[in-house]
Structure formats: structure tokens, C-alpha cells
Design a protein around this ligand. Structure first.
Ligand code: SF4
Length: 207
């Protein structure tokens, strides 16, 4: 019987999902053992079908990210934080340097490509106050860092979850993990960095 896999992308660049597609023949080799029931890069599945393994890319930046992550967690038995954005914050983690109002002001009020200065209306999901690591919202079972993780590690990680550890070296880190602690540590450093800067310098940096 094949294992059902469900994936979701939150705030990231989608490169981690492209890396799954980049598995090429390794994906074909896994085809008889893995059934993707949800994978946004390949299929238009809006719901969250029950699955054995959940794979999540990206960090939480918006209310939509938070809701999508909770729905995915509720629908899967095992959840993998997939890629550096999900594990550490990644490029999305730069958002830790600025609060929500500074970001909205820089992009929508003062951004060169938004001459009218209008902000998104109520139909657009609200930004969270800052970027939030996914393991602060739901329990994470495994962490697979990389930007994106290499196809070799993705295939090895799937193989491991299908077969069990069996003493093999694994690219997966199980939680609660050093990865989680690193994400919190990075966020503390960003807060200290932000506090150390004067309001004026911070303002000019986002303008
Ligand atoms: Fe993109 Fe890298 Fe983030 Fe993956 S970890 S979503 S490749 S920025």
C-alpha cells in the first residue's frame, strides 16, 4: 500500500516545491510507494485530504499561512518542515527586522510601483505582526533544511519515512530539535539588531 503525501506552501519562493519536481527519475522510482494527494506545484487541490506525511514549505507571514498550516497539520500523521524558510525562517525571516506597519508603509504607501498608495483591501489575507516559525503554531515531527533541500536529501528523507530509520544516516532532524532552537535564536538576534538601530535608520532602510 502506498503512503499518502500532502504538501503546502506558505510564505517562501516555491523553490522547495520545484525541488520536489526536480527529483525526476527518483520521483518515478517512488511513484509506486508514494501517492501525492495534494501538491500545489502539480495539482489544483484546494482541500486537505487525509495523508500519512505532510510536507510544508515557507514561514508564516499572513493569516492565510497560519490557517493553511493548521489545516495541513490536522490532516496528516507526520509533518516535515521542508526547506530553510520552514525550518529557520530563511529569506522570509528578514521580515523579523521590521514590524508590519513598516512593511506596509514601505511597500504600499511609499513603494515606487504603487503610485496611488492604496493598501490591500479586506479580501487580502492580513499580514501577521512578524514572521513566525511554523513550530510555534503546530507540532513538527521532522526538519529538512536547505534552500532548497537537494533532490538527493528529499529522496533520502522520503525513503527513510517509508522504510524507517534502520540505522541509516538521515538528512532529517526529529523534533524538538536544534533547528527549532536555531529559529528562536535567530529571531532573538533579529530583535536585538532591530532594537540597536535608531528609528530613523530603520525607517530609511525600508524606504
Ligand atoms: Fe525558496 Fe529557499 Fe525558502 Fe525553499 S527555503 S521556499 S527555495 S527561499
Amino acid at each position: 500500500m502506498s503512503a499518502k503525501v500532502s504538501t503546502e506552501w506558505l510564505s517562501g519562493c516555491s523553490g522547495c516545491h520545484v525541488a520536489i519536481v526536480d527529483l525526476h527519475e527518483k520521483l518515478v522510482n517512488l511513484a509506486e510507494e508514494v501517492e501525492f494527494v495534494r501538491i500545489p506545484v502539480l495539482m489544483d487541490e484546494k482541500g486537505y485530504p487525509k495523508a500519512d506525511i505532510g510536507i510544508v514549505e515557507g514561514a508564516i507571514r499572513s493569516v492565510h499561512d497560519r490557517e493553511a498550516l493548521i489545516k495541513l497539520r490536522e490532516s496528516v500523521k507526520t509533518l516535515v518542515a521542508f526547506g530553510s524558510c520552514a525550518v529557520f525562517g530563511g529569506p522570509s525571516g528578514i521580515g523579523w527586522l521590521y514590524d508590519r506597519e513598516s512593511v506596509l508603509k514601505a511597500v504600499y504607501d511609499e513603494g515606487a510601483s504603487n503610485a496611488g498608495g492604496e493598501r490591500p483591501d479586506a479580501d487580502v489575507p492580513k499580514l501577521e505582526d512578524s514572521v513566525i516559525p511554523i513550530d510555534e503554531v503546530v507540532p513538527v515531527d521532522y526538519y529538512l533544511p536547505g534552500c532548497p533541500p537537494s533532490p538527493y536529501f528529499i529522496a533520502s528523507a522520503l525513503r527513510l519515512m517509508l522504510d524507517g530509520p534502520q540505522g541509516k544516516q538521515t538528512p532529517l532532524v526529529s523534533g524538538p530539535s536544534a533547528a527549532s532552537a536555531s529559529a528562536r535564536c535567530a529571531r532573538r538576534r533579529a530583535r536585538r539588531f532591530r532594537k540597536a538601530r535608531s528609528p530613523r535608520r530603520t525607517q530609511s532602510a525600508v524606504s
